[in-house]
Design a protein around this ligand. Sequence first.
Ligand SMILES: Nc1nc2c(c(=O)[nH]1)N=C([C@H](O)[C@H](O)COP(=O)(O)OP(=O)(O)OP(=O)(O)O)CN2
Length: 164
Amino acid sequence: MRWQISKTFRFEAGHRVWKQNLTYGRGAQFTVTKETPINKCVNLHGHSYLLEVVLGSDYLSEQEMVMDFHHIKSALKDLIETMDHSFIIDVHDPMYPELKELAEKYGSLKIFPVDFCPTAEALAKFFYDFLTERLREAGLLGEVKVVKVTLWETATSKAEYYGE
Ligand SMILES: Nc1nc2c(c(=O)[nH]1)N=C([C@H](O)[C@H](O)COP(=O)(O)OP(=O)(O)OP(=O)(O)O)CN2
């Protein structure tokens, strides 16, 4: 891609990484402690998420742009607003049925169900796929592509997704 542009978005949301288990799996050999490590991310907790989407094109439009930043904002606006102050939860999470019930009962728990464990990696792919689909629907995929999506969960942790 000869040009790349990016736009960042902020939103606040809760989640829980219900699959976290620090006692086994990829890299667990590096975590050597006398006590069993605590899986703190299985707790319901929240983040000030920072999302960056990078769009690329080999050709500029007649306006000398990959795409107006304003339109990128518009393409993601509804999704970001829906996710803001929500609790992102995997429908396969054992807590999902009860959280859904609580949400229905009190109306002050805005759940955002997804069908994956909401890690930074999986959420980055989720945004990538969403924006790619929006471009496809608009007939723009031949001209503009989503190059990369980066999602910061904390000031020190982020995931990047580049598509297939
Ligand atoms: N590969 C991933 N690992 C972890 C994820 C993730 O999405 N992908 N998520 C979490 C937790 O949700 C957590 O919020 C972030 O974890 P971590 O960086 O360990 O948070 P800390 O506050 O402890 O960071 P420090 O800056 O190192 O104190 C866990 N792992």
